[in-house]
Design a protein around this ligand. Structure first.
Ligand code: SF4
Length: 153
């Protein structure tokens, strides 16, 4: 519960910081458990492997990545996520994960601004999880520097 409060507080503080960066400097980082366990596409290697069938949240994620041109990465674990957030070209982060991973990730990424979104766990933790794509889109839009054209627009 306290982690959830910390995440909410972090998101408010990030909003107050009024960070605005180009899409190419926003990292959207995702947990591998969003991937439907029955899907044979190797999306961990590349999200371009996704066939957009809609059986898991990754279809919406790929469309969102293509629409905005943000950097998108699926992390196999917390340490991989940390490596990604510390990349020099990453100036702001939208992170999707469970409470524990988000809490840890926000601390590890500091002082980079992070908007954290909890995944949904209809089958329990770490398996076939979902994310509300509207929350992801809102988070990206809130960080986006609209004075610069998005790639592909
Ligand atoms: S949307 Fe379909 S093809 Fe894409 S990763 Fe999910 S199950 Fe696989």
């Amino acid at each position: 519960m306290w982690r959830r409060l910390f995440i909410r507080l972090n998101n408010r503080i990030t909003a107050l910081r009024k960070v605005r960066v180009p899409a190419g400097n926003i990292l959207l980082i995702l947990p591998h458990c969003l991937h439907n366990s029955s899907c044979r596409q190797d999306v961990l290697r590349s999200l371009d492997e996704c066939k957009l069938c809609g059986q898991c949240s990754l279809a919406g994620i790929v469309r969102t990545r293509n629409d905005f041109g943000v950097i998108t990465s699926i992390a196999g674990g917390g340490s991989q996520a940390v490596i990604q957030t510390r990349r020099e070209d990453v100036k702001a982060v939208v992170a999707v994960a469970c409470e524990k991973e988000l809490f840890q990730g926000i601390l590890e990424a500091f002082p980079k601004p992070v908007i954290a979104i909890l995944n949904e766990t209809p089958e329990g933790p770490c398996r076939n999880t979902n994310v509300d794509i509207n929350k992801v889109i809102s988070a990206i839009q809130s960080l986006l520097d609209c004075s610069r054209p998005w790639p592909g627009h």
